[in-house]
Design a protein around this ligand. Structure first.
Ligand SMILES: Cc1cc2nc3c(=O)[nH]c(=O)nc-3n(C[C@H](O)[C@H](O)[C@H](O)COP(=O)(O)O)c2cc1C
Length: 266
């Protein structure tokens, strides 16, 4: 269903609101008003990357769709779990997210029909393995076959590696492995939400640079966008860059976001 918005003209006011004494048009003011959407909460203006349609907001038409899961991009992760007898399994999960900083907590949502659902319900633990672009084909594979019929570690050749705090193994090849202990289980409908506290994190040492910084930009991470896997290899900025002043010209002050010093961001 299309809903064509009324044409907007920021500079036009109804006749009743017009001042009795007409002001001459102020081109600077008009230019400033046009750029209001680009202002950050601090009032500083940033240069957005826009498509040609976005240069003309009055040309953008919205369509109202029925409710659906349309929050993209999302991470694609490979969740490992294990049976009581120690048989490991891998399932791909896109409905995963960080939900708390302190304590660090993660959620994953699984359909009841998956083998992983039963394994995690019984063991109350799992590992979230973040694949790089090199493991994306295996992430896809582990999302289309079930551990009920296939040993996915054997089929993919991925290496099970002991975790520190949980019985389920992690996937050695994945650059980041997040060990989790389930704290709450919520039945939502099609999916069960497992809310879990992070009990340990393992990262591939090659990604830690000489200063001890985790250089995740070297990991070749990927995201899942509406049915497609995409590589995240283009940096657009860093936390706080929109409010950082450039060191240019007389009187300007370099204002660094405190988070750049490695402090907690959220
Ligand atoms: C990209 C992708 C994302 C997926 N995300 C989820 C998810 O968030 N939750 C879920 O229950 N299944 C998800 N699946 C499907 C499961 O991974 C799939 O049912 C898998 O076979 C379960 O494995 P298991 O039966 O061995 O546990 C996803 C599959 C793919 C390919």
């Amino acid at each position: 269903m299309k809903n064509a918005p009324p044409k907007r003209d920021r500079n036009r006011r109804p006749a009743s609101e017009k001042p009795s004494r007409p002001h001459p048009p102020n081109p600077d003011r008009a230019k400033r008003d046009r750029r209001d959407d680009d202002a950050t909460p601090t009032g500083r203006r940033v240069k957005p990357r826009v498509t040609s349609a976005e240069h003309r907001p009055d040309a953008i038409v919205k369509e109202v769709w029925k409710p659906g899961t349309m929050l993209y991009p999302v991470p694609i992760v490979m969740v490992t779990s294990a049976s009581r007898e120690g048989k490991p399994n891998i399932a791909s999960v896109a409905w995963a997210g960080t939900v708390c900083s302190d304590p660090p907590m993660i959620s994953i949502s699984l359909r009841k029909a998956t083998l992983s659902h039963g394994l995690i319900l019984a063991s109350r633990e799992f590992v979230v393995n973040v694949p790089s672009v090199r493991q994306v084909q295996w992430a896809d594979y582990c999302g289309v076959v079930s551990g009920r019929t296939v040993d996915k570690f054997e089929a993919t050749g991925l290496t099970p590696h002991p975790a520190q705090t949980v019985a389920a193994p992690l996937i050695l090849e994945c650059p980041i492995n997040i060990e989790c202990a389930v704290k709450k289980i919520l039945e939502l409908g099609s999916h069960t939400l497992f809310l879990a506290e992070v009990s340990a994190v393992q990262v591939t040492r090659d990604l830690i640079d000489a200063s001890g910084r985790l250089a995740l930009e070297k990991a070749g991470l990927a995201a899942y966008v509406h049915g497609d896997y995409v590589a995240l290899d283009k940096k657009l900025g860093f936390f706080g860059f929109s409010v950082q002043r450039k060191k240019s010209g007389y009187g300007s002050v370099a204002r660094r976001a405190p988070s750049r010093a490695g402090k907690k961001r959220f």
